[in-house]
Ligand binder design. Structure first.
Ligand SMILES: *[C@@H]1O[C@H](CO)[C@@H](O)[C@H](O)[C@H]1NC(C)=O
Ligand SMILES: *[C@@H]1O[C@H](CO)[C@@H](O)[C@H](O)[C@H]1NC(C)=O
Length: 440
């Protein structure tokens, strides 16, 4: 009887500890969401310098704070001639746009520490990675029936799927992202663009015959589906054939065939992006995201970001259909005033232009931490490095990346994260990441 009693108590106790551990684990996982006075101050101070920054640099744009610490509305002068019509509703684009600064600062700061290239280790570590994710990245993946035949899926991805990330955060110093706007022909930015460590271009942007305006250097090229299908033509745009091609959509049989048969010697990868909602869909924004995951600083050229928008033009072809130009310009201005990018345009052509009132790195960091708590992001308020990871995979590194040859900033970051690779997870509640941790 005694023994039975004791056994019962023991069972009860161990049950309780199990529950306690579970609750503890859970609260660690979801982090500490209580905002301190310093957190509120950080958000307030971000808002106020943000507003001054938009006024000082936005060529007529004004920022007004909304009802809470995060909401901000960017407004164009009332005499702005809005030209773009939504083809579905026939409505003209409005003159003011609401943004959530907390969302933006938390999500974009995370991008700086993430890997945005799809790897084999990511698919392997993702629960149902092959059946649920990989087959979506293959054109006509539906026919593969959730990768029932995994070997076939792997075969289709093999030419574009490195085992581990080919690049690490901060690998490069100064980077320039070049859009395709017709505005590029208004300023001779060529020499300036060539002075960057890395130049990122988009789709079918030609270099030959335009070098005075767009420069010669080309390190990466981001491709949408249309351009990727013409991979053979795209590789000819860069004479050196060194450009790394990044495909933002699915891999297509035509592409595999071209890589194999032509053969295309350029490295080709698929992009793995974070989700920003409807605000950030175009190739331009994806290129900025990609750049921010590799570079210390990101400068932007060739986007339509000056007042007086008339129609969507490209520097190398006739005008074509564009979309939401005013929304785009406001969004880029927000990015500049969060210290993410620097805008260069015909009206902002002085290479030494200083972005006034851009918040300091310290201020951004404080606002980011406060935002993570407010938005109940995974791991908010925790000092633990891995707290923002909702999936953690220990990985025996077969091939160790030689980090000693990298820039100091990249090595420092690598040490700070102890070699952990962080991948964005699409549609993850609380923006948790997938992390692979090296074990020896
Ligand atoms: C550059 O100009 C030459 C001569 O007009 C033309 O043949 C060539 O196709 C052009 N190159 C590109 C990339 O547009
Ligand atoms: C990103 O990494 C840096 C160290 O390189 C660290 O200071 C910073 O807090 C990290 N940011 C996020 C959002 O985790």
């Amino acid at each position: 009887m005694r023994i039975l009693h004791l056994g019962f108590l023991l069972a009860l106790a161990s049950g309780l500890t199990a529950i306690l551990i579970y609750i503890n684990g859970l609260s660690n996982h979801y982090g500490n969401h209580k905002l301190s006075d310093e957190d509120w101050e950080a958000l307030q101070s971000l808002q106020s310098s943000f507003q001054k920054c938009v006024t000082a640099n936005g060529l007529g744009l004004e920022a007004v704070s909304g009802t809470d610490y995060c909401q901000v509305t960017l407004t164009y002068p009332s005499d702005t001639d809005s030209k773009w019509k939504d083809p579905k509703t026939g409505e003209v684009e409005g003159l003011s746009f609401e943004f959530n600064l907390c969302e933006a600062v938390a999500t974009w700061e995370q991008v700086r520490n993430s890997t945005t290239i799809l790897t084999r280790e990511f698919i392997d570590a993702l629960p149902h990675g092959w059946e649920e994710y990989a087959w979506r990245r293959i054109n006509k993946g539906v026919l593969l029936n959730h990768c029932k035949n995994k070997a076939l899926c792997m075969e289709k991805l093999s030419l574009v799927l490195p085992e581990t990330p080919p690049y690490v955060p901060r690998q490069f110093g100064r980077c320039a992202v070049i859009g395709n706007s017709g505005d590029l022909l208004k300023t001779r930015f060529g020499k300036e663009i060539d002075s960057y460590d890395v130049v990122i271009r988009e789709n079918g942007a030609p270099i030959e015959n335009y070098t005075e305006y767009v420069g010669k250097k080309s390190s990466f090229r981001l491709l949408n589906r249309g351009s990727a299908k013409a991979l053979d033509k795209v590789v000819e745009l860069d004479e050196t054939r060194q450009e790394v091609l990044i495909i933002k959509t699915t891999i297509h049989d035509i592409m595999n065939q071209m890589i194999r048969e032509i053969p295309i010697k350029n490295p080709v990868y698929l992009m793995l992006g974070a989700s920003f909602g409807s605000a950030a869909k175009g190739t331009g924004l994806k290129a900025l995201e990609f750049a921010l995951s590799l570079c210390d600083s990101v400068d932007m050229y060739g986007f339509t970001v000056d007042p007086g928008y008339k129609e969507w033009t490209r520097y190398f072809s006739e005008s074509r259909k564009g979309h939401t130009p005013l929304h785009g310009r406001a969004y880029y201005q927000m990015m500049e005033c969060l210290g993410l990018i620097k805008i260069h345009s015909p009206m902002r052509s002085d290479p030494n232009r200083v972005v006034k009132w851009v918040p300091s790195r310290t201020a951004i960091r404080a606002a980011r931490i406060a935002s993570e708590k407010l938005l109940r992001r995974v791991g908010a308020g925790s000092e633990d490095l891995l707290s923002s990871c909702s999936i953690i995979k220990k990985q025996v590194r077969r091939k160790r990346m030689s980090i000693t040859s990298l820039r100091k900033a990249a090595v420092d970051h690598h040490k700070f994260v102890k070699g952990t690779t962080m991948y964005p997870l699409e549609h993850s509640l609380g923006h948790g990441q997938l992390c692979t941790v090296p074990v020896d």
